[in-house]
Design a protein around this ligand. Structure first.
Ligand code: ME8
Length: 602
């Protein structure tokens, strides 16, 4: 049954447009999209808000470093972010930018209100500030003199500031957390927050005077509003606070604020206290997922190890990337990313299990029933068991998604797929096909497989939005593809016998590791050729030299070549092993047309 007139409001953090976004940001946005699509399929009205957090010293500095105005600098990046969300098929209802007039007005109104009621007061801040995190710390909170969150350098600040009376609301917040076990999830994070509050809350500095890129404090233009106080308010602006009361009443309080654990404290402490000061109900759930980690640690621009989701989508397709992201992170835990793991996951879950199930079933229906989905007859016990697995999968997947346990939800779906593949091995349709008397039994088996596939596809649709349509081109199991309901995955036996199955493309082609490596090599070789040719042109033209300042930035070192060999299948590349003092390194160099390996050793 469709649940009408139910409203659901979900948000992602609004990201800093200080740089293009990476797969970490894509994770949160895809996961939130998965919930938005799931709830839409359940018949809810959805408001899904994402956007960009555009003020603050960090953005101002990034723009100055590029010799640009902050607005020009961010406009470019924000347009890339919007394109990225289009590429990833994100179905947000609105995209909020904190530099928009509608937001500035709300922030100023709220600042004024909280000041007027005496919860904001003027004083002086003296302490430490982490610019990348835009966070204040006391001396005691630093770890080895550095930021306890990102471990980077902090700066000492001393400036006149407005303060927000957080301490006044600490008790009320603790009571709320205790009375609402679902408010902060997962459980382990909830305990961290409780301990943090119990250790004592200082009043929060909510304005800055030493830079300009922010929303002016309405009654004192020397100050701009602290970027986090400004940013959190986006969750109200986005649904019409102070401008569209009806919309606001429809969606507030938010059902879920989704984010990673790095910014949980802002959402689980500062934000609820701001809402208490405004006398507004608190969000129903603040959920902090883990981080996507790389082998070398956390992804970050400064380490130069960020993974660009656009490139992955181009290589592997949007459904596969969304699937990987949603599946890879266990509830509340960190997840590892590597391209090998991604390829393995696509090959095993999508190409082998799901892809094979679909292509085998379609091929058998074409071969044995001229492509017409057969009618099921009386089920046997093995069929009943398959049906029960499908029903249980529906229940499991629903519960797991409600809990935001993304990875467990997809694990349930893959279990059904594996079970269906096993059912093929157990029922051996190719043997049934040899015996005309078994034709009805064969039809029942194939119909049951179609049902499993249909159910799995509906359940996976929030994660893989292109899957239903792509699969339907060959299977013809959905009459109204635009209106798939979640509930239809809980019903057995609704595929229509007689519908015509067609041969189609392979939905998830197996990715060949070796071919991929060879392609990487060929690309590298081509790049070396281009650089080489460009260098030759440059020397021939005898044009520009680098300046003495550029030269001063070089770090020249003498190394000994201890081994050298030609790289297979690359005519310009040599692999050099070099020793620099105690350290050894491997270098790939495009000089094979000028030197033999033997000439270089030593
Ligand atoms: O914090 N793994 O913006 P931000 C998983 N503007 N998720 C990751 C991730 C990773 N490696 N890296 C980033 C801000 N994220 C503020 C938010 S909200 C009112 C203001 C995701 O651009 C994750 O959701 O630094 C994390 O919380 C967020 O990006 C931080 O984005």
């Amino acid at each position: 049954m469709m649940q009408k007139n139910k409203n659901f409001y979900i948000t992602t953090p609004i990201y800093y447009p200080s740089d293009n976004l990476h797969i970490g940001h894509a994770y949160t946005t895809v996961a939130a999209d998965c919930i938005a699509r799931f709830k839409r399929m359940q018949g809810y009205n959805i408001f899904y808000l994402t956007g960009t957090d555009e003020h603050g010293q960090k953005i101002e500095k990034a723009a100055i470093d590029k010799n640009m105005t902050p607005q020009a600098y961010i406009d470019d990046i924000v347009s890339n972010i919007r394109k990225l969300w289009d590429t990833l098929l994100i179905t947000h209802t609105d995209f909020i930018r904190t530099t928009e007039q509608r937001h500035q007005e709300v922030v100023q109104e709220i600042f004024q209100q909280v000041y007027d009621q005496g919860d904001i007061y003027l004083s002086e801040y003296e302490g430490w500030y982490c610019l990348p995190c835009e966070t204040f710390f006391t001396e005691r909170q630093l770890v080895n003199g550095k930021c306890p969150d990102c471990e980077r350098e902090v700066q000492l600040l001393k400036e006149e500031s407005y303060f927000f009376k957080m301490s006044k609301y600490a008790h009320r917040l603790l009571d709320h957390i205790n009375e609402h076990p679902d408010f902060i999830q997962p459980e382990s994070r909830r305990n961290e927050v409780i301990n943090f509050i119990k250790s004592g809350l200082d009043d929060l500095c909510v304005s800055r005077t030493t830079f300009k890129w922010g929303i002016p404090v309405p009654f004192n233009e020397k100050h701009v509003v602290y970027v986090w106080f400004d940013a959190l308010i986006n969750y109200l602006t986005g649904i019409g606070y102070a401008s569209d009361q009806q919309l606001f009443n429809k969606y507030w309080p938010a059902d879920v604020h989704l984010m990673a654990k790095d910014i949980l404290r802002f959402h689980a402490i500062i934000w609820p206290i701001m809402l208490m000061a405004l006398n507004l109900p608190l969000p129903k759930k603040v959920f902090a997922h883990g981080w996507i980690m790389l082998e070398g640690g956390k992804m970050s621009k400064s380490k130069g190890n960020v993974i660009d989701p656009r490139i992955l989508v181009e290589k592997y397709g949007v459904d596969a990337i969304r699937y990987y992201l949603v599946k890879e992170m266990s509830f509340g835990q960190d997840g590892m990313y590597s391209e090998d793991m991604l390829v393995n996951r696509i090959n095993s879950d999508l190409a082998n299990d799901l892809g094979n199930l679909i292509s085998r079933t379609a091929a058998m229906i074409m071969k044995y029933f001229n492509g017409q989905i057969p009618k099921p007859l009386k089920p046997g016990s093995i069929d009943e068991e398959l049906k029960e697995t499908a029903e249980k999968t529906f229940q499991d997947a629903t519960v797991k998604l409600e809990k935001l346990d993304f990875s467990a939800y997809l694990i349930s779906c893959t279990r059904l797929i594996s079970r269906a593949n096993k059912y093929i091995d157990e029922t051996e349709p190719w043997r049934l096909a040899k015996d005309e008397k078994q034709k009805d039994r064969l039809g029942t088996v194939l119909y049951n497989l179609i049902e499993c596939i249909r159910i799995a596809i509906v359940l996976m649709a929030p994660t893989m939005p292109l899957l239903p349509e792509r699969a339907n081109k060959q299977l013809n199991i959905f009459d109204n593809i635009q209106e798939l309901t979640w509930q239809s995955a809980g019903e057995w036996g609704i595929s229509t016998p007689g519908n015509q199955v067609k041969k189609g493309e392979i939905l998830f082609p197996r990715i060949d590791f070796q071919q991929m490596e060879e392609k990487k090599l060929a690309d590298l070789n081509e790049q070396v050729n281009k650089t080489h040719n460009a260098a030759v042109d440059q020397t021939t033209n005898e044009k520009e030299y680098i300046s003495i300042d550029d030269f001063a930035r070089l770090d020249l070192r003498v190394a000994e070549i201890i081994s050298c060999e030609k790289m297979e299948k690359a005519d310009k590349l040599l692999i050099l092993r070099v020793k620099i003092g105690e350290e050894e390194r491997t270098i790939v160099s495009g000089i094979a047309q000028h030197y033999n390996p033997e000439q270089l050793i030593g």
